[in-house]
Design a protein around this ligand. Structure first.
Ligand SMILES: Cc1cc2nc3c(=O)[nH]c(=O)nc-3n(C[C@H](O)[C@H](O)[C@H](O)COP(=O)(O)OP(=O)(O)OC[C@H]3O[C@@H](n4cnc5c(N)ncnc54)[C@H](O)[C@@H]3O)c2cc1C
Length: 406
């Protein structure tokens, strides 16, 4: 019903303690939902014997594939209202099985919804129509292998159902990385990233998965599409653009060739505190427009910095990180720190255990823990969610002002 590992969720006492920090929350946490209470009906269709081994009708599998992981999904799960539960969940292990499943579903009025890690925050894994007899959730996570690695060209052919950690683990022996780290990395797949045009964190340069795609294979109702794998092309519209961000509406992405990078071995990070958030924004702009190219450049306002344990004195905190596979990055970090200081940033030279490093570590662990806390707060009846937007620099101060005054 909620994010991640069950064992990492705050328990009832922690939920109650968090709720007590906010006005108007419930006295005790809502109970964790149970599949047995959902009253799941028998599937409206039966799969043919030839596909039966790929399909689950287990109510727990069906419930787990009914929704994504946005706050609205968590809230609906807690209220026991998950919406339309898929009749069947299929776990293909190869592309030919995907084709067989689509062929059968297409001929029997069964809607197919592709499902990667299920971390969608836009209702992308739900069926919302009413024209189909039944719904099949097509879970790709058994197609989870790196099929080929081309070390010289720094590229790999990877199955779409590969989750973030499995993908990086298979690339590690080659000294290579995709280096795409959405916050949902642990529980989302390459196919999901492609279908949603995911953006990675710890990446101020190549941020979107689009930047890493060389070619894709997609099983569509009209046949299988495979784009030509070229290191670069200026010929006409890119066919991959059609499928990137298509949210599973045009077909099932089964695999992709992606660009890789050498694993970074030189790393350095630091944080600076700012009294004036506007000055901190100017520092971020100066850094973004310089050629220093930090791997990480993240500004926490005083509220987020306090919540993350990165600063308790009302300061905003700028977290900077540099990394490279080729050369030490200390001088780039030093230049970035100087630039930020020229905009009013306060910097305490770091060393193991020094306050600057503590702030970076505190931010990182709060960032990874946040989805679990969101779900704990949801159990207390509080709304907590991430919202993303983009604005040109001239509009950023007004955006900040508007968000704060809303
Ligand atoms: C706590 C949290 C943190 C998040 N952080 C980020 C973040 O940092 N950056 C970001 O961009 N997003 C983030 N997201 C959103 C989500 O993780 C991304 O959209 C992610 O790319 C979805 O991947 P998935 O494998 O979970 O896909 P799913 O949620 O399973 O599916 C997403 C959509 O893609 C379709 N789809 C999935 N696999 C395929 C396939 N093989 N072929 C065709 N269509 C397919 C589905 O039908 C659905 O429409 C976050 C979500 C949560 C809950």
């Amino acid at each position: 019903w909620g994010w991640g590992w069950e064992s990492a969720h705050p328990d009832d006492a922690e939920c109650t303690a968090m709720g007590a920090l906010l006005p108007g929350t419930l006295a005790r946490p809502l109970p964790v939902p149970r599949v047995a209470d959902l009253g799941i009906e028998a599937p409206a269709v039966q799969a043919p014997p030839s596909l039966a081994r790929l399909i689950s009708t287990d109510p727990a599998d069906r419930a787990a594939h009914a929704m994504g992981k946005a706050y609205r999904d968590v809230a609906r799960a807690l209220r026991g209202r998950p919406g339309r539960i898929p009749d069947l969940v299929a776990f293909p292990t190869r592309e030919s099985e995907v084709t067989d499943l689509l062929d059968w579903a297409g001929g029997h009025g069964v809607a197919v919804v592709p499902f990667g890690g299920g971390s969608s925050v836009v209702g992308g894994v739900e069926y919302r129509g009413d024209r189909h007899r039944a719904v099949l959730s097509l879970d790709l996570t058994r197609m989870d292998r790196v099929l080929e690695v081309e070390s010289a060209g720094r590229a790999a052919r990877i199955q779409a159902g590969t989750l973030g950690p499995g993908l990086e683990n298979q690339l590690r022996p080659h000294g290579l990385t995709l280096r795409h780290f959405p916050q949902s990395f642990e529980f989302s797949t390459l196919g999901g990233w492609l279908a949603t045009r995911a953006g990675g964190h710890y990446a101020t340069g190549r941020t979107h998965i689009d930047d890493f795609v060389q070619s894709m294979r997609v099983v569509t109702p009209a046949g299988t599409s495979e784009s030509w794998r070229l290191p670069a092309s200026g010929a006409g519209p890119s066919p991959d653009r059609l499928f990137l961000g298509s949210e599973g509406t045009l077909g099932i992405i089964t695999e992709a060739w992606v660009r890789l990078q050498a694993r970074p071995v030189h790393k350095a990070s630091a944080s600076l505190a700012f009294t004036d958030f506007g000055a901190a924004l100017e520092a971020v702009r100066a850094l973004a427009q310089s050629d220093l190219a930090p791997a990480n450049c993240r500004l926490l306002d005083s509220g987020e910095a306090a919540l993350a344990g990165a600063a308790q004195d009302g300061s905003a905190v700028l977290v900077l990180g540099f990394e490279s596979a080729d050369a030490p990055v200390d001088s780039r970090l030093a230049q970035a720190v100087d630039l930020a200081r020229s905009h009013g940033g306060r910097y305490e030279p770091s060393g193991a255990g020094a306050p600057a490093d503590e702030a970076v570590r505190a931010w990182r662990s709060a960032f990874l823990r946040m989805p679990y806390l969101r779900d704990g707060l949801a159990r207390m009846g509080a709304v907590a969610e991430t919202f993303e937007t983009a604005a040109t620099w001239d509009r950023v101060p007004a955006l900040v002002e508007d968000v704060r005054s809303t």
